[in-house]
Design a binder for this molecule. Sequence first.
Ligand code: HEM
Length: 312
Amino acid sequence: YMDSQVMPREQLGVCAEGNLHSVYLMFNAEDGVESQLRPCVANVAQYIYELSDQYADSAFNGFVAIGANYWDSLYPLSRPAQLKPFPAMNADNRDAPAHEYDLFIHLRCDRYDILHLVANEVCQMFEGLVELVDEERGFQFMDARDLTGFVDGTENPKGRHRQEVALVGDEDAIFRSGSYVHVQKYAHNLSKWNRLPQKKQEDIIGRTKIDNIEYASQDKPLTSHIKRVNLKDSQGRSMEILRQSMPYGSMKEQGLMFISLCRNSEHFEKMLHSMIHGDGAGNHDHLMHFTQALTGSAFFAPSLDFMQNAAA
Ligand code: HEM
């Protein structure tokens, strides 16, 4: 008991390393089911936690996250300090719309069949309490590249630093080991992107394409993606997030399921603002000319212990 007070168990999918496959399940809750949903959410999270052991060979992992607009209904007694609706923004043609869901189940594995099996099981556990409103399946493309052809995730925090970046600490004790989650489904305009010469693509990302080498600082255009998202706080420390994005889709619609995990909600919002609105001198993120955010949702992925205590 003392141990779980001191160090609540995080959901293992929050900081997990990359996988080959993913399933994203977005649910809305039926009205008035909260007292049944609380234990159900805790059971699903516990089930996912146990499967990480059972299917360790295929690196199974996942997490359950609760939508910003649904949080107070499910857990009326306490709310994560920085949990708020998705920060929708727009400037010219650059749109980051909000589209909220009550529940998000994030499942990943190196075996697609296991993922499908678990997704079915999770839906059955929730039956009668929630409605499945959206589903996407993600996949690893080439050597962990986005569909633009650029390696995605290189500058992600590594090792134990992933936990430091992604998990709430003592600043919000009840929610320790939880994580703020932001999800945006981006649809790429690949025919437009693929008409760009490679050097122009590289200038937009700020790294080389094939070899994935970072541009020298003085060569990074102010409109490049990595320039726009590489931000410092007032004390000069770099603002970090943990990205768990993966490519998704089919010939009709494809792009990046962008997923940010962080111990605060501020870093994501500042980065998105810098991409869409730019630096105040007219420099926005030119990657946005080639992709469009279709959704934007904010969640919190609590620790296992929080969900179990709240269900008791
Ligand atoms: C870096 C792609 C959206 C935050 C990168 C890199 C690529 C990339 C290729 C360079 C390699 C790496 O370090 O991972 C994309 C695509 C996006 C997208 C295709 C959407 C279509 C976003 C959004 C945010 C974001 C919405 C945050 C609001 C970052 C950060 C880095 C990064 C923090 C690391 C920057 C550094 O320190 O060098 N992204 N990204 N990205 N991206 Fe994105």
